[in-house]
Design a protein around this ligand. Sequence first.
Ligand code: GLN
Length: 542
Amino acid sequence: MSSTKYIFVTGGVSSSLGKGIISASLAKLLQARGYTTTIQKLDPYINVDPGTLNPYEHGECFVTDDGAETDLDLGHYERFLNVNTSQANNVTTGRIYKTVIEKERRGDYLGKTVQVIPHITDEIKHRVRQLGNTGQYQVVITEIGGTVGDIESLPYIEAVRQLKWEMPKDVLVIHLTLIPFLTAAGELKTKPTQHSVKMLQEFGITADVLVCRTEHPLNADIRRKLALFCNVESSAVIEAQDAKSIYEVPLLMEKEKLDQVVLQKLGLSLDKEVELSKWKEFVHKLYNPKKEVSIGLVGKYIELKDSYKSIAEGFIHAGVANDCKVNLQWIHSESLNEANVKEKLAGLSGILVAPGFGHRGIDGKIAAIRFARENNVPFFGICLGMQCAVIEFARNVLGLAGAHSTEMDAATPHPVIDLLEAQKKVTHKGGTMRLGAYPCVISEGSAAADIYKKSTIYERHRHRYEFNNEYLRDFEQKGMIATGINPEGGLVEIVEIKSHPFFVGVQFHPEYKSTVENPHPLFVGFVNAAIKVKSGVPAQKA
Ligand code: GLN
């Protein structure tokens, strides 16, 4: 193949239409036809990356193997494609400007006036082409964050126009739009889409394909009308009806022939059939579970479920692997205390305590962990969840009153979770945590070894604080064992209580590596333990 093809996905009419899922679904279909495909997200905000954003803003911050803090859509890309993304797959306006301003300060522009066009747009184009230039991908799909017409996304739209002009055969634009249903009129309405396509045209871009989010099927009339008013062929009007699960969307897009339209327009061969048998089996199992189990997710950002996106998806993958529907119960950590925990967590077959930052909701998390530990309820702690399990054990088993993490209590008499020396000097917030994939060596005979069936694993991190090894002996003597250790620095990465049916805390974020094809073993093992507890299999004491 001579050159990489570039597909841009823009959004119109409304935000939250699911550009990420449509992009990931198209990528899945192209991958299923044998095309190497990657997806990139361009975010129009000024933050250099989403690492400094509160999860309430745009949901979870997804972390890649190479330690990039990225938009949560990259999680969807990885979960769908089962291929790792990297820093190059997520670029923000902040990062673009930072690069251009640094170049200007170095004198790279040789005295020229630095302007949005061409300097910012050149940098955007460079970031898009960079993925194609790796030679690894036949198709690069780039999702433009925001909605067409937003002031902040104008430079991106302009960069797309330029690229389409420069490579007319290799660039395709898909516009994702909404066809609202007016109940009073009993009709689907195309006008908002006409307007948003017109706006794209004002910026010099003609959409090649329209993907239309709709609650009702688009009839032939509507398709014809959209084609006529929006300058697209009627075969390129793709209906995207609401699906019960995001994992059904690639199958719906296949039925609508989105992949065929795209390949034809890009002049790519359609010879290879779509091979999605595993994916179909996954969706079939997802829609036909043999059993159900309730698991509590204890966290403080639960008002916005996207804050825990990868965890929720990890449970979907692990549920399917266990032929089981996982009913996630979202429990606000601030609503829990020692007095009500028994009543609030009653009926759960497993408790996950979520990652997080800061003091809010910590006491509720600790109360939930104590309840799980004392009542043999399977427990899974991730990052802050693991740190809270350590604090709870220190206080209630080791008798270390006031034990805490120095993140919450700098003056604690027992800093069982503490900053590494290297972190103490850090003052800048952005990109300075322990980030990305690190190795971890697992002890033989541990639950982790049984679950992973490997002695060395690589998991992704995003935290500053660590288990304080000065206390390790005391913990191990009382039954909380470090079963996963970073081989370079001796940092504790996994803790377990062996006398418990399932009590595992991990300093890393396994949820970032769970995909449809490779459900994460820790999630699979945890759901399996919850199923056993629910069906009354006695707790296995060590
Ligand atoms: N706040 C904790 C730390 O920085 C945990 C972070 C997390 O849960 N991702 O170490």
